[in-house]
Each structure stands twice: as C-alpha cells, then as structure tokens.
Write a protein that binds this ligand. Sequence first.
Ligand code: TXA
Ligand code: MG
Length: 337
Amino acid sequence: MVETKIFSVAPENIDAGVILSAVDVVRQGGLVAFPTETVYGLGADALNARAVEKVFEAKGRPADNPLIVHVSGEDRLFDFVDEMPAIGSELIKHFWPGPLTLVVKRTFLVPDIVAAHLDTVAVRMPNHPVALALLREFGGGVVAPSANLSGRPSPTTAQHVLNDLRGKVDMILDAGPTSIGVESTVVDITSDPPLILRLGGLPLERIAEVASKVRMSKEIELLQRSPGTHHRHYAPAAMVVLVDEGNQEAYAAAVQTHRQQGKKVGAIVHSVALANLERSEFVHALPNSFEIIARKLYSLLRSLDDAGVEVIVIEAVQDIGLGAAIMDRLRRAAESS
Ligand code: TXA
Ligand code: MG
C-alpha cells in the first residue's frame, strides 16, 4: 500500500510545482493518475517495465491486454514507433491532440509487457492541458490505461479513481470531470485499409473524411489484433438492460419485470417519451445529446452501483457519430450482465 496523494490542478492555471512532483513520481517508477479529455488515465514510465507491471497489478488487468503510450507530440514517438505509415501522419495532422489512438509497428525499446507481446504499440496524444503539461515535462512516453479497476466503468472524475485505486496509486492529479467521457477511438493502421479496433471519442465518420477506406474490424480480426478485448469491459456491477429509443412499452415492461422480482431498479433515459414516464430517485433523465450522454454515462453507472441499484434500464441511442461509441459500451455492459 502507498499513501495516495491528491492534488487539484486548475487546467487554465497549472501549478508547475505539482507537475514537477508528478514527473518525479513517474521517473522513480511510481504511478500517477491524470486527466485526459476522454477519461482519467493511470500513468507510468512506458520504458520502465517494472513500473508498467505495477499498472497491471493496480488495475487487476489481464496481461494480454496491451496499453496505450501517451506522448506530448508526434516528435516524441521515435522511441516507440518503428514505422509510421503515411495515413498515420495524415490522421495525426487532423486529429492530434485528441481522442484518437493509433496502433503501429513497435520498436525493440517498447517493453513486451506494454504491448502484451504483440509486435505493435498503441500511441496517442491527449488533448488536455494537464496531461500535456505532464507529458512535456516528462519528455518521454507514459502508458495510461483508464484508471479504474479492470472491468469497471472508466473514471471520469478523480473521485472515481480514488474509489478504485486508493492505496495503489502514488498521486492523482484532479482537474475536475473529463469532457468527452468515453475512451479514445483505437485505429489499427498496420493494415490497409485501417481498422477500427474500438469506437470512441472520435467518430468513425470523422476518421473516414481523412482515411476513406477505414472500416470496423470484424470480431475475429479484433481478437487477433487486440486479444485483450475479449475480457469483460465497461460494466457496472448492476445488470444492464437496453431498451429501444423512445419505446415506452419495452421500457415499462423491463422496469416492471425486475421490480416484481424484488430488484432495486434504476434507469438512464433521454427521450421525452421515456423521461416523462416516471420520476424517481434512480431514474436519470439526460438531455438528448450524444455529447452529454457520453460525458455523464460512466459517472451515472457508478453512482447507481453505489446506491445499490441491481438493474439499470438504459435507453439506446442512435448508432451514429459519438452515439456509436455510446452504444458499443452499452452493448458490452448489457452482454456481460
Ligand atoms: O481514452 C483513452 O484511450 C484512455 C485515456 C486514459 O487515454 N485510455 C484507455 O486505455 O482507454 P485502456 O488501456 O483502458 O484501453 C486501451 C485499448 C484497449 O482496448 C486495448 O486492447 C487497445 O487499446 N490496445 C492497446 N495496445 C494495443 C495494440 N498494440 N494493439 C491493439 N490494441 C491495443
Ligand atoms: Mg480501460
């Protein structure tokens, strides 16, 4: 056990002293949780295999699930990336810093544990002033999986990190709730056409404007290229039941069935049709906006779990743009219920 220190950092007025002490922790092989624009990450020196091992231990993460190396710019990739395909530079030009992770061929410097023994590495430049200040000051690459216990919803606040990792992380940089709320989009560009391995904060449609042939990976390709994805993911402890958007009958039936079984039922809805059906403590009605639903989703799943809710009925969103990433997480959560 370590003593977990928390520092508040104002993104618009970053305390250089706090960043320096965070960098010290990383240099000494410790763990620092920090905000990105997507979710909070659990950071460690990407070239220090023992530090990276601590990340796996702290999260209880299966060893076959590789990590993303975070950098402060394309010019910091040389230690990690063996070959950047032209399409990669093009995507970087358009979308970095931002919620886009690229999977590329790795160098021999990348510890095997980072890449889960694959011959590739995932890299990303986050778009958050605190993350960038830390990465710039450190100078190298920082591995950062989402800073949650493996299998739980990713953390969008420092409190979520503390709830999962108190005593296991040396320092948490708290810059308030993250703005996007779902993880980065992961694109494998070792093959042509590029393959989406995980939908996320950067919509597929935006990527297609730059890489017109990009497509979703099939299940089998995903398992070959990203073996760790078969593990349980993004799920609250409660059972998740998905109902079609605006379907009052399906919603009422789902709620009733589980209530009749004596279960504590909660809900997350956004359409007027469902929001007006019932108001209660555990029913959260969100505005009908992908951005807001993405930003609030994990936090609501966690708070419903904390309240002891056993079944969460969630209204599906349209499967386009950021909605596709939301639906991906909701389906996974519903599947593992
Ligand atoms: O938004 C994000 O990406 C956050 C923040 C902290 O940056 N990080 C994050 O990391 O979500 P994590 O570890 O929770 O998810 C990493 C994803 C996993 O789906 C993993 O399979 C994939 O990236 N990945 C990492 N390295 C890979 C590789 N070499 N090949 C294929 N997939 C890889
Ligand atoms: Mg994760």
